[in-house]
Design a binder for this molecule. Structure first.
Ligand code: ADP
Length: 494
């Protein structure tokens, strides 16, 4: 229900209650004064004739008393007086109009008034003045006055009250409606519209509500709030812009650092074999080498050239990192294929590879890219594991969120664990593990590109790589790949 309607309802109820209470009090007052008037009259008349009446009654009987009353008061038309008996065995014409129960106090000497409805519906007020004779018994003077006029007055009072209610309702409802709509309804509608605009983020156009009442105060408070919100919004916008600019600078610095490292790595990685090639080529060109030495030098040049080719190929792989060409692939079979490729190398090193790939999980992946990831990681494990060591590979399905997600839907991933019992990885190495050209291996053994390539490929697939390791206690690389391309992947790919 709208506020104006509620106000009108409250007003109407108040008008009805107040008018009804006022009318009730007025009617009660009229009744009381009517009764008081008659009681006083009965007392006055009763006291003035009581002794004479008792004497007459005791000496001459009831008929003489009636005659006495007739003679004394016949002129009074308004109030009729009767001498009645309070004894139960009295004849009918001597019985009181009021019921004997209501007259018990009269027998004890009190004046009592009783309103009785007559036969035609008209009410009469009967007042009883006690007359007690030790000889004749208990009797009373019955003063009867018609109360029709009083009832008429009461009826008028009720009609007046009803008319007042109707007039007040019409005038009041009109006034309340006018005041409710102009003073409350319209300003409230504007306040509601303003709060809706605030909720939608529009803090413009301050609200003007005239006056100094609560609603105009509320409007002013809303305007102040909007001003503060606008200021906060501006502060946040400026802070965000500063943060974005700082982030951009950091990214730029980071890119420069990476490029620097990359250049240093390339220079170092290619410099060494190129020096060897140049040195050996110089010796051959000088013509001072024997035939065997020349052949040996040529072999060294070929080996170093191969190494340069490998580095350049890996560099190309790293730089290319194209979007995966996905197809449904059985990850267990792919892992098995990769293991059999690397098996001879592992055997040569005296390392056993076991695979727990009972669960056949099919995922949408670029099989050649993921094979490269597996090769790089398993190769590292073989290199880190001493003779007699073991590498355990297991494949499981995992339903979870990515490490970057704190909320949102979970997704299905295939997790490939490559666990070795080799040298393990210390904290410092772990921080640089995926950086290009970071290697702890001797020159010629590692290029430092394997894990950064693996990291890039897995990220392009929408997955990630976890590393768990304690120095001296082996390392476990866990590759997470989404079974289906996910929204996460798109985020990563960007
Ligand atoms: P590379 O193998 O050519 O050195 P990677 O990027 O593949 O380059 O590896 C970087 C470094 O990470 C390695 O030099 C090695 O120190 C460390 N590493 C990688 N895998 C393992 C492993 N399974 N155990 C111990 N160290 C490892």
């Amino acid at each position: 229900m709208r506020l104006a309607a509620k106000l009108i309802l409250i007003f109407l109820v108040a008008v009805v209650l107040l008018t009804a209470a006022n009318t009730y009090v007025a009617i009660e007052g009229q009744n009381a004064s009517f009764e008081r008037e008659q009681t006083e009259y009965a007392q006055r008349v009763g006291q003035s004739i009581e002794s004479e009446l008792l004497l007459t009654w005791d000496q001459q009987g009831d008929a003489a008393v009636d005659a006495l009353l007739l003679g004394e008061h016949s002129s009074n038309q308004l109030v009729q007086i009767r001498f009645i008996s309070l004894e139960t065995e009295a004849p009918g014409e001597k019985q009181p109009v009021a019921s004997p129960e209501s007259l018990s106090h009269v027998a004890r000497g009190q004046i009592v008034s009783v309103m009785v409805n007559g036969q035609e519906g008209a009410a009469w007020l009967h007042t009883y003045y006690p007359v007690i004779s030790s000889d004749k018994g208990r009797a009373a003077l019955e003063f009867s006055r018609p109360a029709g006029e009083l009832q008429q007055q009461n009826r008028w009072a009720i009609y007046r009250a009803m008319a007042t209610i109707v007039v007040l309702a019409i005038v009041g409802v009109g006034l309340v409606m006018y005041a409710g709509v102009t003073l409350v309804g319209r300003p409230l509608d504007r306040l509601i519209e303003k709060t809706q605009r605030i909720a939608a983020g529009d803090f413009a156009d301050p609200l003007a509500i005239a006056g100094n009442g609560e609603l105009s105060q509320l409007a002013r408070a809303l305007n102040d709030m909007c001003e503060q919100l606008t200021q906060h919004q501006e502060t946040i916008r400026q802070e965000s812009a500063t943060r974005i600019a700082t982030l951009e600078q950091l990214r730029h610095a980071d890119r420069l650092k990476t490029v620097g490292r990359l250049a240093a790595g390339i220079a170092h990685e290619l410099g060494t074999p190129l020096n060897v090639v140049a040195g050996r080529a110089g010796l051959i060109a000088a013509g001072k080498l024997s035939e065997t030495e020349t052949r040996e030098s040529a072999k060294t040049i070929k080996a170093e050239a191969n190494r340069i080719t490998l580095i350049v190929r890996q560099l190309l792989d790293f730089a290319r990192q194209s979007r995966p060409q996905r197809a449904d692939e059985n990850v267990s079979l792919l892992t098995d294929r990769t293991i059999s490729l690397l098996q001879p190398l592992a055997e040569k090193k005296g390392v056993a590879i076991t695979a727990d790939d009972a669960e056949r999980i099919v995922a949408s992946i670029d099989s050649s890219q993921i094979q490269q990831v597996l090769t790089n990681i398993i190769m590292n494990a073989i290199q880190a594991t001493p003779d007699g060591g073991q590498i355990a590979i297991s494949i499981q399905r995992k339903t979870r969120r990515s490490p970057e997600q704190t909320e949102g839907d979970v997704a299905d991933y295939v997790r490939i664990d490559v666990q070795d019992n080799g040298s393990g990885i210390d904290e410092q190495t772990r921080e640089q593990l995926f950086e290009p050209f970071f290697t702890t291996k001797d020159v010629g053994e590692g290029t430092g590109l394997g894990l950064s390539i693996a990291f890039g490929i897995v990220q392009e697939h929408g997955g990630w790589i976890d590393v768990a390791s304690q120095p001296g206690d082996g390392a476990c690389f866990s590759i997470y790949l989404p079974i289906q391309p996910t929204a996460v992947e798109t985020t990563h790919a960007r």
